[in-house]
Structures are given as C-alpha cells and as structure tokens.
Design a protein around this ligand. Structure first.
Ligand SMILES: N[C@@H](CCC[C@H](N)C(=O)O)C(=O)O
Length: 279
C-alpha cells in the first residue's frame, strides 16, 4: 500500500498535496526534495500536508522544493483550500491555520477547468523602504525592486545573488521580486523563489508584497492591484492599518487540480520515490 498524493497549481506555482489527517507523513527534507524534484520525482515548487487541527477546519504545513519547511505560501493557501474542498472538508469558505497564523479562503468558483480562490492573508506590519529596494514580510520574506521592464532582467543570476546576500542572511534569505509598473493598479512581476532556488511562474506572497510595495513607492491611493505573473494573473487587495502597515490583505486567483497518484512509503535506497505501477 503506497501513499496517495495530488498535484495542484495556482497560476503555475505548483505543489504536491498530501492528506495527513489519518496517516501522518514523515516529511524529512530528503523525502520532500525527492518528491519535488522535476526529473526523478513528481516535480513541484513545494509540498503541502493537510493535517487535522483542534480549532480550525485543518492545518497547512508548507515545504519548499529544497525540503525546508517555510512559514507561508499564498498560492499554496489557495490550492490547499481547493484540495480541502475536493476532500469534502467544510463549505465554500474555509478557515485553516498555517505556521504564520489563521487564514480564510473563499472558493469563488470550483467548477470548470480552474477554481477561483480568494485567500485572506496575514497582515503586513512593516514595510522597509531602502533606496534600491523595499522589503516586506507577507508570510514569507520578500525583496522588491522596481525595473523598467521585467523582460530584460537576469532573474536567475540577480535573483540568486540577492537571495543569498548577507543583507538577508539573518532572515534565512529572501524571495526576490522584480516589478514593472504597467499603470496605476497594474504591475507585472517575475520572482526568484527561496527554497526553489529558481524563478517560479507565480508567487502569491511575492505578488502581495509587490503590489503593496508599488502603492508605497508610487504613493498611489489604489488598493486593488492586477498582478501579471509568468503563469497568469493574480489580484491583490489590501488596506492601510493606519500604523504604517497593511491589513485585510486578499490574494485572488486560479487554482487547479492537475493529477493524482501514489508512491511507495519506503523510498528506494538512492532516495528516489518509487511510484506505484498502476495495474
Ligand atoms: N510560492 C509561495 C512562497 C513559498 C515560500 C517561499 N518560497 C519562502 O521561501 O518563504 C507563495 O505563493 O507565496
């Protein structure tokens, strides 16, 4: 008997999902990394375990593709809400707990090829404004730099250098966002993700950080941004909290189940997962 998994993505940010309510999953860094590996594993930017919780409908644990457990994933939060719906948990408005605190997710649409999920995220208590960049914690750490055009940015090279720079070492590194202002309330971003150690097609906490940073940098009164990412379009809405931070942050966008499968509980000696051969 192997372990069932499902594969989801939110605007191209993709995840392995495991239901850990009745049978705990031993998420060692080696096993998570092996499952997320693009060529010999399932392939994903991250892995999430849905666990039971005494106070909320469920608990979300998030792991980056390198196997490290992280604090929050915006696109992951939207996808796990759809996963919970497919498991028959709760109604169209889900409450769940992540490492960084409680979240709500509204399933605006679940029929058809892609669901539309709105995720209530954490507050942003402080926005650091530096001459060359802004830094925000939207449940995960984000560096935000404004550029003329995201097309020409060496995201792989510059992203890796900033992600590993000493300036962010105390925070365990940072995710890196390059942001182009298309118009008031409309930005285009590309993100180098910590823990994936590469550019991803979308990053929910990054889109949130970039939209708030755009409002701060431009002084725009706009509080509802369209965010174009490589994998599609997200919407970010927020309100100032009157103390220099932001609250009532919402991240809305597509989420979709792609496939499901099964892997053997005991991985091969070389650390690669053994996938059940469908009979
Ligand atoms: N893709 C995620 C962010 C995942 C966590 C991030 N890589 C980190 O290291 O904290 C999102 O959609 O927010």
């Amino acid at each position: 008997m192997g372990r069932k998994f499902s594969k989801y993505h939110g605007a191209g940010n993709d995840f392995v999902m495991i239901d850990g309510r009745t049978e705990p999953f031993d998420a060692t860094p080696e096993r998570v990394a092996a499952l997320c590996r693009r060529r010999t594993g399932i392939g994903a930017d991250g892995l999430m375990i849905l666990e039971s919780d005494p106070a909320e409908e469920f608990r979300m644990r998030y792991f980056n593709a390198d196997g490290g457990e992280a604090t929050m994933c915006g696109n992951g939060g939207r996808c796990i809400a759809l996963f919970a719906h497919h498991l028959g948990i709760g109604g169209m408005r889900k409450r769940f707990i992540g490492v960084d605190g409680p979240h709500t997710a509204e399933l605006l649409r679940v029929e058809g090829p892609e669901g539309e999920i709105r995720l209530g995220m954490i507050d942003v208590r402080r926005v650091e404004v530096h001459p060359e960049y802004l830094f925000l914690d939207t449940g995960s750490p984000h560096y935000v730099e404004f550029v003329e055009s995201v097309r020409g940015v060496d995201v792989a090279g510059r992203g890796a250098a900033i992600r590993h720079s000493a300036a962010f070492a105390a925070r365990g590194g940072t995710n890196v966002n390059f942001v182009e202002i298309v118009s008031d309330g409309h930005i285009r971003i590309r993100t180098f993700e910590r823990g994936v150690e590469a550019e991803t097609l979308a990053c929910g906490t990054g889109a949130t950080a970039s939209a708030i940073a755009a409002a701060v940098r431009t002084g725009s009164p706009c509080r509802d941004y369209r965010v174009d990412v490589e994998g599609g379009t997200l919407r970010v809405a927020f309100e100032p909290d009157g103390k220099g931070g932001f609250t009532r942050i919402e991240l809305t966008g597509p989420a979709r189940k792609v496939f499901e499968g099964e892997f053997a509980n005991d991985f091969r000696r070389d650390g690669e997962p053994e996938f059940q051969k469908k009979s």
